[in-house]
Ligand binder design. Structure first.
Ligand SMILES: O=P(O)(O)OC[C@H]1O[C@H](OP(=O)(O)OP(=O)(O)O)[C@H](O)[C@@H]1O
Ligand code: HPA
Ligand SMILES: [Mg+2]
Length: 179
């Protein structure tokens, strides 16, 4: 796996430091609220499990599984819901947790879908943001890092379902997917 990596962007220590900061901010902002974190599977699974442990106020979690990239490095533009939430979010303070926002198509679809279920509030937290590639506007409330327009893997994020278990965030070598 290491041989396929062009450059490590964020080490485990840098990720931990940033996620601790995000956790503190979310803890402050959600005091006395009914916080429900919704992790977007599969990519957000690692970030979600680290972030929730940095939050020191009561929190519930749920997950949705969606996919638009499949085995490719290009968004298909069609977001498929593979697993829906277990419970209603009506009246809840919902925080959507994403690993990466790229074109924005996934979150654009999810945001409207979740809003129609009448949460009390709806905010977005993403670890990584690739603003150069955005095709639709997304209101990001909590962000870890901006990243360049490169294909990223690691810390939950895949190429063709591989590399999710790397403990760091890295740029994948082009030769891996341009063959
Ligand atoms: O902003 P966008 O261009 O829509 O891209 C971002 C989305 O793409 C990835 O998911 P993917 O469809 O690869 O599913 P996965 O999380 O199971 O890897 C990633 O986890 C985000 O959910
Ligand atoms: O850079 C990326 N890497 C992996 N999956 C992704 N989904 C959107 N952007 C990316
Ligand atoms: Mg993916």
């Amino acid at each position: 796996m290491e041989k396929d990596i062009e450059e490590v962007l964020f080490t485990p220590a840098q990720l931990d430091e940033k996620i601790t900061e995000l956790g503190h901010q979310i803890t402050k902002d959600y005091q006395g609220k009914d916080l429900l974190m919704i992790g977007v599977l599969k990519g957000a699974n690692v970030f979600m499990s680290d972030l929730m442990r940095k939050i020191e106020t009561s929190v519930k979690i749920d997950f949705m599984a969606v996919s638009s990239y499949g085995l490719s490095t290009q968004s298909s533009g069609v977001v498929r819901i593979i697993k829906d939430l277990d419970y209603s979010i009506e009246g809840k303070d919902v925080l959507v947790v994403e690993d990466i926002i790229d074109t924005g198509l996934t979150l654009h679809y999810l945001y409207d879908n979740l809003l129609s279920r009448k949460p009390s509030s709806l905010k977005i937290c993403t670890l990584l943001d690739k603003p150069e590639r955005r095709r639709v506007d997304i209101p990001v409330d909590y962000k870890g890092f901006d990243i360049p327009d490169e294909f990223i893997v690691g810390y939950g994020i895949d190429y063709a379902e591989q590399y999710r278990n790397l403990p760091y965030v890295a740029i994948l070598k082009r030769e891996v997917y341009e063959k």
